[in-house]
Design a protein around this ligand. Structure first.
Ligand code: TEU
Ligand code: CA
Length: 543
């Protein structure tokens, strides 16, 4: 049994500041806007906020290109505003974790400006240089190398060319990062979400990106120099994680991270070996297999994060649910119940709690993200037809998750009174927070209840997971077990009715997405997307 930590019973809410709430009517969400909405978050019941990057930045990649780690980006506010956010949240018992972006900086960071002046500059080796570029590709398209005439060398950038990669082999650079981390810890934050952290051990000349040989050595050093023993939540973003290497990150005995975000399930609807834009339908059996494998592997010696969405992903209800008027609410609740019954720390991405959907625009200019823009150029150049490209983007572009949060049915969805920095989803009159708060049956209240259930039920936090009926083609069902209690989480993943065998007699209903759950003896007919969590005692069903 692992040592109980505060994040084992927490639910995290992810805020994308640019699109959360605009307090000063310039079309851009800001820190004051978050402060104004603390009561809303309190009502939802979340414990922690993960803030996407708020540091000074030219915003080439919406803040993931940092030009000063010690300053706040002016459009979001000031250091004073940030300090106020921490203290106001603290009064409400809400913790803040910051995005830590240390795989790369902005090319406008002082370090890089110095680094490219000459090879003798003390900052030159803060970055990764090569006289001869190899074929490594940037995740945003094109070569990962960019030439600098002053030094007659190429620097590495796994992302945009405005995001040069830091050189983790350099001890001085690492110390500078740790010093910066301690600055924020001393300000009173409660942890870090660590951007692409499994890239820091890279060996680009040997084509090693994720999981480089020194990755865990660096993480252990970072932990020693900064957060160890301080009871902070650390969650690493690791696209290269497997259940096996993930045990290394979150095994408490190794003193690395609290948990990681892994993306195995997220990749299930792309054609293997291809890019996320090359989509295939999700197979439910695959989803069951992958999520269950992670639940089981990290049961004793690690900890899972649980998420469907973030600022890089399309909206889950449009992706694996059904966002038609008829089934949007039912399927959004089904996905929520399915995930929040599992063991781990759940993350809710802003707007998920009201069932926000993909952007669905036919106008390619509505997709403003640098990744999307680059892929459009690259694929049109390579001869993909515009129509199929637009379709892929409508399904998968990061812009889908980044539209302004829909607060109410007034112009610009109540996010701002002026045109926002990116298009508002046209369905805001139907889908918004106001409407959700008024309707006792809304998706919002399903999330609110799921958060409460996690707090009330130790079995939801720590019970052992087991998949049931793994070959059922349309139902995702599992149990959680703790002492004499068993919880059943049963979800019809589709809009067609289906039958499911379930031998429970005496149960307590914890949550359901229909108001009149009926279990007649052993067989249940599940209605469209019907999902529920029930609890039995003393394993009564086996008697
Ligand atoms: O994303 C990591 C990452 O690898 C992304 O390229 C992701 O695969 C992609 O968005 C999906 O197509 C992190 C941040 O979450 C993202 O917002 C940043 O752009 C990126 O790192 C660079 O910092
Ligand atoms: Ca603003």
């Amino acid at each position: 049994m692992i040592n109980e930590k505060w994040w084992h019973s927490s639910v995290v809410y992810q805020i994308y500041p640019k699109s959360f709430y605009d307090s000063n009517q310039d079309g851009i969400g800001d820190i004051q806007g978050i402060i104004e909405k603390i009561p809303y978050l309190k009502k939802l019941g979340i414990d922690v906020i993960w803030l996407n990057p708020i540091y000074k930045s030219p915003q080439v990649d919406n803040g993931y290109d940092i030009s000063d780690y010690y300053d706040i980006h002016y459009e979001f506010g000031s250091m004073k505003d940030f300090e106020k956010l921490i203290s106001e949240c603290k009064l409400q018992g809400i913790k803040i974790i910051l995005d830590l972006v240390v795989n790369h900086t902005s090319d406008q960071h002082q370090w890089f400006k110095e680094a490219k002046k000459s090879i003798d500059n003390p900052f030159h080796n803060y970055y990764i240089w090569s006289e001869k570029p190899n074929n490594l590709q940037s995740n945003f398209g094109g070569s990962a190398w960019e030439y600098v005439p002053e030094v007659n060398k190429y620097y590495l950038h796994f992302y945009a060319k405005e995001q040069p990669d830091l050189n983790w082999e350099n001890k001085e650079m690492r110390s500078a990062i740790y010093e910066m981390m301690n600055f924020w810890i001393d300000k009173g934050i409660s942890g870090f979400r660590m951007d692409v952290i499994d890239l820091i051990g890279k060996e680009p000349l040997s084509y090693i990106k994720e999981n480089g040989p020194k990755l865990h050595e660096y993480l252990q050093e970072m932990s020693r120099e900064t957060f160890r023993g301080k009871d902070l939540l650390t969650v690493g973003e690791t696209w290269g994680a497997t259940p096996e290497n993930s045990v290394l990150y979150s095994n408490p005995e190794r003193n690395e991270l609290s948990m990681v975000f892994q993306f195995e399930q997220i990749n299930l609807d792309k054609i293997p070996g291809k890019q996320r834009w090359d989509v295939k339908p999700l197979e439910l059996i695959d989803l069951k297999r992958v999520l269950s494998k992670w639940q089981v592997t990290l049961n004793e010696t690690g900890w899972n994060s649980l998420f469907w969405n973030n600022h890089d992903l399309p909206r889950i209800v449009s992706r694996w649910g059904d966002d038609t008027d008829e089934f949007r609410e039912l399927s959004a609740k089904m996905l929520a119940i399915l995930l929040h019954g599992m063991k781990g720390t759940p993350y809710i991405y802003q707007g998920e709690e009201i069932g926000m959907t993909n952007l669905k625009s036919n106008n390619i200019d509505d997709f403003v993200d640098i990744e999307t823009q680059n892929i459009i150029k690259e694929r049109l150049r390579n001869g993909q037809d515009k129509e199929s490209l637009l379709k892929a983007i409508q399904l998968k572009a990061r812009d889908n998750g980044r539209t302004p949060l829909q607060w109410n049915n007034s112009k610009y969805a109540g996010f701002s009174t002026v045109p926002p920095w990116m298009s508002v989803n046209q369905n805001f009159e139907l889908i918004n927070i106001d409407q959700n708060l008024k309707d006792k049956n809304s998706i919002f209240y399903t999330y609110q209840k799921l958060i409460q259930i996690r707090k009330d039920e130790k079995i939801i936090r720590f019970g052992t997971y087991e998949l049931i009926d793994e070959n059922h083609p349309s139902v995702f069902a599992y149990t959680r077990k703790l002492k004499d209690e068993t919880v059943y989480v049963i979800c019809n993943f589709y809009k067609e009715k289906t039958e499911f065998e379930c031998q429970v007699n005496n149960f307590e209903l914890l949550i359901s997405n229909y108001n009149d759950l009926q279990i007649e003896k052993q067989k249940i007919t599940l209605r469209p997307f019907e999902s529920f969590i029930i609890k039995t005692k003393e394993n009564q069903h086996e008697a």
